[in-house]
Design a binder for this molecule. Sequence first.
Ligand SMILES: NC(=O)c1ccc[n+]([C@@H]2O[C@H](COP(=O)([O-])OP(=O)(O)OC[C@H]3O[C@@H](n4cnc5c(N)ncnc54)[C@H](OP(=O)(O)O)[C@@H]3O)[C@@H](O)[C@H]2O)c1
Length: 267
Amino acid sequence: MNILIIGGGNMGITYAKAFINSHVVTRSQLMILEKTIGKTDELKSLNVGEVYNEAGDCISKADLIILAVKPQDFMQLSESMAKAVNKNQVFLSIMAGVKISTIKKALNIDKVIRSMPNLPAQIGQGMTAFTATDAVTRHEQALVQNLLSTTGKTLYVEKEDLLDAVTAVSGSGPAYVYYFMDAMVNTAMQMGFNKSEAELLVMQTFSGAMSLYQQSELNCKEWIEKVASKGGTTEAALRSFSENKIDERIGAGVQKALDRAVELGKS
Ligand SMILES: NC(=O)c1ccc[n+]([C@@H]2O[C@H](COP(=O)([O-])OP(=O)(O)OC[C@H]3O[C@@H](n4cnc5c(N)ncnc54)[C@H](OP(=O)(O)O)[C@@H]3O)[C@@H](O)[C@H]2O)c1
């Protein structure tokens, strides 16, 4: 299978490197199309496949085309490639908020897989959810899932609408985690630690708590019970969180992200 990645930015490079490093594809099977000349030289130096500057030179050679440009660049891109594509090609979009119907219509194609990765994909720890049109065969879907898995875990969702919820939960999710960490770092500094000490305390707590969680069968509530003893310090903090309805507020924030994803998808 020949793969063309369109857009040699953060995500395009992430996928190219992940595919090559995990030996799922060879360099000779991989092409990258990037419109900015300065960037093509940089891409060539990465040695992750043939680098192109013109859509007409590479599109027809590809079995799978990965759309990794910014959503606002897609319409212009589609105009430059519409004549060169064919209905046997599979299109994998990682563009946030661009609907399958928009891609099908702009390119006059049927086989579309739409995915939503997140930032940790850049270090192989990503969470990517995806869905596919009926025209994509099981074999093609499995091939694409194998490719996506080189950047972390994958989840197939039946309905495209759920990708908006994925955007709100795992897409934006890393920022929620950093927000919580930042609040704890600031609090630790107010308690008397310098910045690096506060960061060490908080980072290692997050990392250790996550490793513990991943290595056990216990859920979050059960782990909370293990940390919080009756009348102790953790219970005092948790009671304050509960009185201030922090869980409901987090839920409301994530819901706002979903509302915004739906709104952006319409525009
Ligand atoms: N970054 C993330 O963590 C993340 C997570 C989930 C989804 N996504 C999605 O991934 C996509 C790419 O994001 P990114 O962060 O990788 O963006 P990026 O770094 O800006 O990369 C996009 C690249 O595509 C190039 N490009 C634009 N139009 C083109 C065209 N017609 N032909 C060839 N190349 C073209 C851009 O060149 P110029 O810069 O010169 O215009 C740029 O190098 C976005 O749609 C985003 O929604 C990203």
